[in-house]
Unconditional design. Structure first.
Length: 259
């Protein structure tokens, strides 16, 4: 993985409050959680989940913009998404979407079963059971809003991939948050920080916080903000993106509590 360029200072619409620019509203977040668990989701937890999803999508868009800029393009295309992930492994989230998107066919390659027979691509399911893939369309308006807030535009195929990644990521976040509540804390976690030869490894991230999340307090019927933060440590294995997501989620919940 090559070294990442310095992140430009954000200005204009991006400096507005989280509530002003959040593309994923609590009603959408709660709808996704209802597909996964009957547990109640607190208002602050919904904002935290929306914030984490926004942070992840923003990082992906930033990486794709960098790839497009190298080719003097303003409109993002699926190839820019692959380039962003290739340059920054932390952005490899929402992997379940990869099997359903033509963009990732070349990335995932041909699959073989134990007998060496090619496994055909997944066909569209006719099941009425809610799924992250089937529900990806719900994220289109939010993704377009986020693109506009970043001063970016994307072709429809790129928007569809961002929809799918957002839907799968938030669904996985919901499952992990529900697991944290059921198990009474984080029972499995870790940090993987990719470092190039010759680079200095960053300081281990928030070990005390991770240890604190291993022992949850509260009832077993409500998903709270801390449960979302704990689930974030499971979903995001890279130190930089994980820390940014947690920091921005805390700020979002502070702003909504004060509002």
């Amino acid at each position: 993985m090559t070294a990442q360029p310095a992140r430009p200072e954000r200005s204009g619409p991006e400096t507005a409050s989280f509530m002003d620019v959040s593309p994923f509203k609590p009603s959408l977040v709660k709808a996704v959680f209802r597909d996964v668990t009957p547990m109640h989701v607190s208002r602050s937890a919904a904002w935290a989940a929306a914030s984490v999803t926004r942070t992840v999508l923003t990082e992906i868009i930033d990486g794709a913009r960098g790839a497009a800029a190298k080719e003097a393009r303003k409109k993002l295309i699926p190839r820019d998404l692959l380039s962003a992930i290739d340059r920054n492994v932390e952005l490899e989230v929402g992997e379940k979407w990869y099997d359903h998107s033509p963009t990732f066919r070349g990335l995932t390659g041909v699959l073989y079963d134990a007998e060496g027979v090619i496994v055909p691509s997944r066909q569209r399911s006719r099941s009425r059971k809610p799924s992250a893939v089937a529900g990806a369309h719900r994220f289109e308006a939010g993704v377009k809003k986020l693109l506009r807030s970043q001063g970016a535009a994307a072709v429809p195929a790129m928007v569809r991939d961002l929809d799918g990644i957002a839907s799968v990521f938030l669904t996985d976040l919901a499952r992990d948050a529900a697991m944290v509540v059921r198990e009474g804390g984080v029972k499995r976690f870790g940090t993987v920080t990719p470092v190039m030869p010759g680079e200095t490894a960053p300081t281990p991230f928030l070990k005390d916080s991770l240890r604190a999340w291993s022992a949850r307090t509260g009832d077993r019927r409500t998903i709270g903000t801390d449960d979302i933060l704990a689930a974030t440590t499971i979903q995001l294995f890279g130190g930089n993106l994980r820390q940014r997501a947690l920091t921005e989620a805390r700020e979002a919940t502070r702003n909504t509590s004060a509002g």
